[in-house]
Design a protein. Sequence first.
Lengths: 223, 291
Amino acid sequence: MNTMGCSEFLDQLDVWMEGEAHPDARAHMRSCPGCRTVVEDLNAISQAATTLAMEETEEPPERVWVALRSQLEREGLIHEPRRVAGSRLARWLEEISAGVPRPALAGAYLAILIAVGFGLCRPIDSRTNAENWAFSTQSSTTPLSAQLNNAEISAVSMAGSSKSLIAASLHKNLDIVDNYISLCEKSVREDPENEVARDYLYEAYQQKADLLAQMSDRGVDGR
Amino acid sequence: MNTQHSLSPHFTWKRAGVLIPGLLLFSAGPIRAQRTEKHFKVEERPVITVHNPNGTITVKAWTKSEVMVTASHATGQVEVDAEQTGNRVDIMTRQLADAGPEDFRADYEIRVPQDAELQIHDDSGAVTVANVLGDMNVETVAAGVDLEDAAGYLTVKTVGGSFQCLRCAGRLEVSSISGNFRFVDIRSYNLRAQTSTGNILFSGEFLPNGMYRMKNYSGVIEVRFSPGDSFDLSATSLKGKVNNEAKLTPPAHQERLLSRFGNSLFGTFNSGRAKVELSSFDGTINILKRD
């Protein structure tokens, strides 16, 4: 008799993807079309990533990784300090990324978000009490924010003291986004369950990542 | 016959070594304005790409199957490249010498067939496009973008540049950080506009089955509707106000639709054939009658 539920199966997804499936997990997958679809999608992504790895060698811009991380965290799929399905999945994704060049995963970015987002949002969305939200939001946003701050230091140092119109505009808009981020972070801290504020915050992170990438691309004089 | 000319007794090769490069540099100096005009025969639906770091780009449609590029630049430190590959014309401003950021500019006037597809990149300056019905992608940093009587799939992305669209149709996707947006007399069936701190004004027709999404962080979102419009409205400002002049029919299951956060308004105007979604974090949303 199959005793494993969807939530438990998804918790063990990383083990499944490594090919070490428990008999109960196998039984569950045979009987659950939803989980079967998730596994099939992840397999397809993995294969696509491997194929792309053989075809492409160019490194994608850093913003792809910031955006990927931001989106996965926004979907509630990765929470680093905690052992939940999302973080285990994140480690599994990291293992893929270690095995193949980054462009391969960049190519599969959208597919990952769609497949994983739809497949795993249910059990994680059920943890909707304020404490969990506060914890998961903080654990999601802290590394993202730190990563962006590092990128900012690097981009600003590359931009140097250029006084071109473009550089001025980029800096001005970076200040705007930073202000936007700090206000959103404050809102999220005050009301961790507020999904709308969280959405605005993640959008602001993505905007900052885009902007920093533009600054880095333009190099020293902002061109 | 002796073809050898005698040199001036004052001439020395040493002096020439100083004078000639000096003259050459002077001839390429910053005060010399240059104008270039090129013509390219094209077929139906040509693609025109323009890459200009700084300057104005004006694109207008005409009835000829030809692309005409007129470029002017004030310094000899930049060069205008316009080349045709198949049915594509690529126009690019290149830097020849170590020009300062303000010298690295060119102004363009481009004539294209009406069905042309445009891809324009202009960091600062201004982009104006009129009567072009093909798809369009415009990216700028500080340059403002002004479209008139455009159609097709239009995507515009700026960092701080404003955007205005007059009598545009088709599908519109516009994003910016601090740019203001104005959509006037729009006949678009799909509009998605997002700016962080800019204002958004929409004054146009909500087409049946159309989808209109406008979002900002702060600033004002103003939508002006006509009595004959028909739309389902969802307007939410997390920390700002929502002001409404439309007589809306509340949704059947309002308690489920009411947002838990911020100030929200949901309802149907006439038969609700279009869908309008307005959202702001800290800004004001105004839904007003058109004059």
